[in-house]
Design a protein around this ligand. Sequence first.
Ligand code: MIC
Ligand code: SF4
Length: 642
Amino acid sequence: MGLTIAQKIIKEHLISGDMSKVGSEIALKIDQTLTQDATGTMAYLEFETIGIPRVKTEKSVAYIDHNTLQSGFENADDHRYIQSVAKKHGIYFSRPGNGICHQVHLERFGKPGKTLIGSDSHTPTGGGIGMLAMGAGGLDVAVAMGGGAYYISMPKMYKVNLTGKLSPWVSAKDVSLEILRLLSVKGGVGTIIEWGGEGIKTLSVPERATITNMGTELGATTSIFPSDETTREFLKAQGREQDYVPLSSDEDAVYDKIIDIDLSTLKPLIACPHSPDNVKPASELTDIKVDQVCIGSCTNSSLADMLKVAAILKGKTVADGVSLSISPGSRQVFSMLSECGALADMINAGARILECACGPCIGMGFSPNSGGVSLRTFNRNFEGRSGTADGKVYLVSPETAAVSALTGYITDATTCGTAPEITMPEKFTINDSAVLAPASEQDAKDVEILRGPNIKPFPETKPLAESISAPLILKVGDNITTDHIMPAGAKILPYRSNIPYLSQFCFGVCDKTFPERAKEAGSSIIVGGINYGQGSSREHAALVPLYLGVKAVIAKSFARIHAANLINAGIIPLTFVNEADYDKLSQGDDLVMSDLYNSLASGEFTLVNKTTGEEIKLVGEFTQRQTDIIKAGGLLKYTKGE
Ligand code: MIC
Ligand code: SF4
């Protein structure tokens, strides 16, 4: 039987497990890692605790791109800490201002056929260049940097077969939104999505990366494109042709599902508030007045995207009621925009140019006005993420963003005449001076690690007790995101290395009283619905509940990375045998789970609701490794053998 692209890479990197058994745990060798600063500080603290002097990967890069506002000493201290750790332990350091991790990694480091894990859920952007690139918790990345395997459940294989060619004004973002419309935010859970068919020849590497980037919003383990002549051309233009290897699926590869999309039938699409799968055609939303437009993020900040935007804006002026921000994805993109004059076209049209960083995407400034409508070329529009609680965020393509910024209303770009043609340069401008190489092994021992006062220790964990007796401290519904559990934004993000401080904001979007109540209870249990923990890879969404005493989360289903983060933190993620039992639990109920060690062995757990007297069957099928991690009180203790 033939293999898919992902199966080929898995086969080459398989350390243990049976890749023919979908759903079973497999261990993979990891070639490259990336971190960003919002999750990186914690990941490097964990790496230091593991105690391995030098990374064992082929390439590990630490990016600074999330926390660049520096409204106090905290961010700058964390940057300095990461820079010194990177230097000491063999990690490349991408300085603040050099760009968004995924965009820079694609341009400068990604290699077809390699495995990459990153402490950021949009790491699958690397799938655009034929990498098996996955988002992971910081602790998993720390372990991989130390040479440890990365564990996933063997995914199902989906294929999206593209035919035709995108029409003028329609772009890769619309493809991402179309697949979200078809599959929903949970439609990719447990799968790897491979993109193929004749249509992919019409898509450049950055366009492919826009598509694999948003595969994260489908809940997919990752998404991947073949490595073909287009990939070679891109690598050549980046001065890295030597990194090219061809990669395609076998003719007789078997897929669990095949989805056909004819690119020529697609129209401009928009994801309406507050979910990336709430997709409608732009043409149905043209009555909506726009207050703000933000162009950038790891989804849509390539040179091609920016050149298109500049061409649309050239010689025109942004509508009176609209505030337009543009953040190029990398210093390479930024400098090339300035070299060719496109930057001037943006500035003259009235755009507010932001630095190359995540910026508004993670609520680091540029929050919309009260109740404001914000059109963003980003990948997430979860409630409150923009920093304005009642802001209404619509996810759009760069084309839709630019034309709407000019008219002041959501605009169907296909009604705007001839689409601009852009010419891509044959070579990108290469200047890696903002990527600092680590110290040599020889010099590393003299490198001092610089720690600021904002860095607080990893929360204390204890080995698992025989039973849990705790109140149901919070009951939430379906599709709870990590932005609900542990919000980000300008006020909170600087404290990613300070779990005690962060804990005050845990679940703030759902229930402001949660942190206090949880602390008071000492031990507690959370109950959730479908797809609990979707979104970000932030392990803080597990570490903060751990700090607040949460012992178990019971949900109808979990998002992959968050479930792994809970286990890594020593919190037990359990699901209902019978989903209807969710209704038998109410916030405040007194719950007991006994005989946990035997339950872990059998996978069957019994929850007694002491308030109602009812017994509820739960399931938690963990591998031996996961069981041992939970028993040890988390991955850090397990890795250290404590
Ligand atoms: C996000 O887009 O939510 C983030 C911020 O990039 C996160 C990482 C984080 O929370 O630091 C992600 O997607 O993993
Ligand atoms: Fe940064 Fe936004 Fe991309 Fe997350 S989704 S890495 S916050 S640009």
